[in-house]
Design a protein. Structure first.
Length: 244
């Protein structure tokens, strides 16, 4: 059996495990989530999370590993769940620490094992196109480009972690960029989760709206003062890739 097929089987097994975990979590929480609009329901939910102890913490961390390392899940549901379990600030701290640890592990694994490892886990053609794009040929601009990409909602951030290991980036600076540039998305999701626990659906929607508005304004300002039009090129490149 080829190495690539082994990796595919591994990813399928992990995906099955993640689905089983999500189903288990859902079955466990659905009875109390129905009553989240009541004080009793909120207290019951918090008690269940507290009673889970380290198991609940490790389960959530395992989902985060699967999301970043294998990028088989979108990040938002896990961030919302973290907010519901640990509150807005607690969820933010949990996700930030998890992202820092897992991103570091992926980045240094790619540095150690090289392109073959990346091609095993990612679409080889897509990786080559992004890696060889003119946008990533200028070492002075790579960090700036990465910052923009991690700020923009919808970009394949976890794929970028793999690609970053192949680029001339300083490890600590990239890991800090990839961790903290996710803040707009993470803050909106964890605080939305915390408000969902209180039964406040409207506030969750408002938080998402304000966050995306702020990100849009920041990107607009960056683009306005970016004479080389790097931001426009970055957005266009990834929009083209996502259409394929």
């Amino acid at each position: 059996m080829s190495r690539k097929n082994k990796v595919k089987i591994f990813k399928i097994l992990v995906m099955i495990l993640v689905i089983v975990l999500l189903i288990g979590i859902t079955i466990y929480l659905v009875p109390v989530m129905k009553n989240l609009s009541t004080t009793e329901g909120q207290l019951d939910f918090k008690n269940r999370v507290s009673d889970s102890g380290i198991f609940g913490f490790l389960t959530l961390f395992g989902l985060q590993v699967a999301q970043i390392f294998l990028f088989i899940l979108p990040g938002e549901p896990i961030e919302i769940l973290a907010g519901m379990c640990y509150g807005g600030f607690g969820g933010l701290a949990f996700i930030t620490l998890s992202v820092f640890i897992i991103t570091s592990a992926v980045f240094f694994t790619v540095r150690k094992l090289g392109r073959k490892f990346v091609y095993d886990f990612c679409d080889e053609n897509k990786v080559k196109k992004i890696e060889n794009s003119k946008l990533f040929q200028n070492p002075k601009k790579i960090e700036w480009i990465m910052l923009i990409l991690f700020l923009i909602p919808g970009t394949p951030k976890d794929l970028l972690v793999y690609i970053a290991g192949l680029l001339p980036l300083k490890p600590l600076r990239f890991i800090l960029i990839s961790t903290f540039a996710r803040f707009p998305s993470v803050i909106s999701s964890t605080f939305a989760g915390a408000n969902l626990l209180k039964g406040d659906w409207k506030m969750s929607i408002i938080i998402y709206g304000i966050t995306f508005l702020i990100v849009g304004i920041v990107i607009f300002i960056i683009n306005k003062f970016d004479k080389s039009k790097t931001t426009e090129q970055v957005i266009k490149t990834f929009q083209d890739e996502q259409k394929k």
